[in-house]
Ligand binder design. Structure first.
Ligand code: ACM
Ligand code: ZN
Length: 530
């Protein structure tokens, strides 16, 4: 037993001796209630796992996780997956008795989360080998658990830097382990278009590659470039494979196709999509760019065709259409855009953006899907059925909730994992900002400004991982872990306590991350600049 484990274990005993229900458990995110009873269940190769087709995903996961290849004839105890009408679809109960473990849930979702909890009651060795030591005593207990928020998301930008299919699966796998249910996949940008669109092959032959990439921070002077071609894209076959993997982890993927801004890679591929219709390159530096989609009919035809292919690939109900950081300079200078403003009786370019988004929403709604947009979609009037992702602080989210729209909180001050996590020297270059893990842990997605009847519109929260300064998957992991542990608890746990107690469990979790070959930062403290 390591020193850290002893500390956590002792805390567990102390608290339990005072009060059977209160506990400091290792489990992250912390379950709502966990009551230790007497006796132990002995998990071994002689444990039978019983599950029907309703629980196939969870049962298969558990089989794969704990059972070694050895064939066993004789079973001495069992784990049963049992349907129970638990109020929350993602909720579950685990009853660990001496002769059986019963996992109760309404659907596979709850059962899957029960398995993720059970996983944390086992030695970390299970993470990377089908352990031969294989006789594990699990204390008898009853766990009752359900999520606090229904939207628990993590984002990843694969346009500024791209990551392998294997890494995308590893990322989704880690999300699922921490009971996140949504992966927001940011697939198009100024610096690269990363999804295969068969009807528009130049999006991939031209738009998926840039000639060069900025070196250092984008505020450095003079600006330097590496002059190396960079890029790639995910084929539709690969995307299907990733979607299928995500299904097996109860993770919904929300694809993001940015519009009307952050569209330079698309415009580089098809210049007719822009107001000036001039040839430009895929962006090689970071920031916000003036060339955005024009509002001609040909742009809408293009985007509808793209959406048609996207909808075929992603079975979820949401399509994210961006909407952020779209400078209006080109529209101000464009005779077509100005005529459209007059024709539609719009006040200005902000209302033209609202027209753009609302028109795309109508199309996407007609296909049975809903849109999500960054909070700029509020400017000039919010599309009628849109869900708002509030990133420029919380004010956009508050406004949208007051209008009765669903909101996902993702404020940059609290939930941007591209920010520095410590002020200590020696950190890899980041975009800026300062979001230590404690800030993430203490974040409450429900703003106090909202009235009781408006709070229900905050469906959850998400952390964003913009990858301008993350060239490798190891670097992505370093920025995400351990801050994601804190966010998982914000989103899942109704009875989390305080950062000091959480920190012990987070430290204890590091061993699991190591076994999973996940790179992580050890910054749990808020160090100040020397
Ligand atoms: C954003 O960070 N531009 C949504
Ligand atoms: Zn135009």
């Amino acid at each position: 037993m390591t020193h850290k484990r002893i500390i956590v274990f002792s805390l567990f005993l102390i608290i339990n001796s005072c009060d059977f229900i209160a506990f400091a458990s290792d489990i992250i995110p912390k379950p709502n209630s966990k009551i230790i009873t007497s006796g132990e269940f002995i998990l071994s190769n002689n444990t039978k796992i019983n599950y029907s087709d309703d629980f196939k995903i969870s049962g298969d996961f558990l089989m794969d996780y704990i059972i070694s290849e050895e064939h066993v004839e004789e079973y001495v105890n069992k784990i049963n997956f049992i349907k129970k009408n638990i109020k929350n679809d993602e909720g579950y109960e685990i009853e660990i008795l001496t002769n059986e473990i019963n996992i109760y849930s309404k659907s596979n979702k709850g059962a899957f989360y029960a398995v993720q909890t059970l996983r944390q009651l086992l030695p970390v060795e299970f993470e990377n080998n089908k352990t031969k030591l294989f006789k594990v005593n699990i204390p008898c207990q009853v766990i009752k658990d359900s999520p606090k928020f229904k939207y628990r998301g993590m984002h990843l930008d694969v346009s500024r830097h791209m990551f392998s299919v294997e890494f995308i699966k590893k990322y989704i796998d880690a999300l699922a382990m921490l009971k996140f249910n949504t992966f927001h996949w940011h697939l198009t940008e100024d610096q690269g278009w990363r999804i295969e669109i068969k009807k528009y092959p130049k999006l991939n032959s031209i738009g998926s590659y840039r000639d060069s990439t900025l070196i250092g921070h984008y505020t450095d002077k003079p600006i330097k470039y590496d002059k190396t071609r960079y890029g790639g894209y995910y084929t539709q076959k690969e995307i299907k494979e990733i979607v299928e993997f995500a299904n097996s982890r109860e993770v919904l993927i929300i694809p993001e196709i940015e519009m009307p801004g952050h569209a330079q890679a698309a415009i580089a591929s098809y210049p007719y999509l822009s107001c000036r219709q001039e040839k430009i390159g895929v962006a090689t530096t970071w920031g916000v760019f003036e060339d955005i989609y024009c509002t001609r009919e040909s742009t809408f035809s293009f985007l509808e065709d793209v959406i048609d292919e996207v909808i075929e690939l992603f079975p979820g109900k949401y399509i994210h259409i961006g909407g952020d950081e779209a400078p209006k300079k080109r529209w101000e200078e464009c005779s077509h855009c100005q005529n459209l403003i007059k024709k539609e009786g719009l006040k200005d370019e902000h209302e033209l953006q609202s027209y753009f988004i609302t028109r795309m929403e109508k199309y996407i709604n007609s296909k049975g899907k809903k849109i999500i947009g960054w909070d700029e979609i509020l400017d000039g009037g919010l599309a009628p059925n849109a869900t708002v992702m509030s990133w420029r602080g919380e004010s956009g989210g508050i406004k949208a909730a007051q209008m009765g729209h669903e909101v996902i909180m993702s404020p940059n001050a609290n939930l941007y994992f591209d920010h520095y996590q410590t002020k200590k020297e020696g950190e890899p270059v980041a975009i800026g900002g300062f979001t230590p893990i404690e800030e993430v842990y203490n974040y409450n997605p429900i703003p106090k400004e909202l009235h009781e009847n408006e709070k229900k519109y905050i469906i959850g929260a998400q952390a964003n991982v913009w990858t301008e300064y993350m060239k490798t998957s190891e670097h992505v992991e370093y920025m995400v872990f351990p801050r994601i542990l804190a966010l998982s608890e914000v989103l899942w746990s109704s009875n989390s306590t305080n950062f000091t107690e959480f920190k012990l469990r987070a430290e204890n979790y590091f061993e699991r991350l190591e076994k999973l070959d996940i790179n992580y930062s050890k910054h749990l403290e808020k160090e100040e600049i020397k």
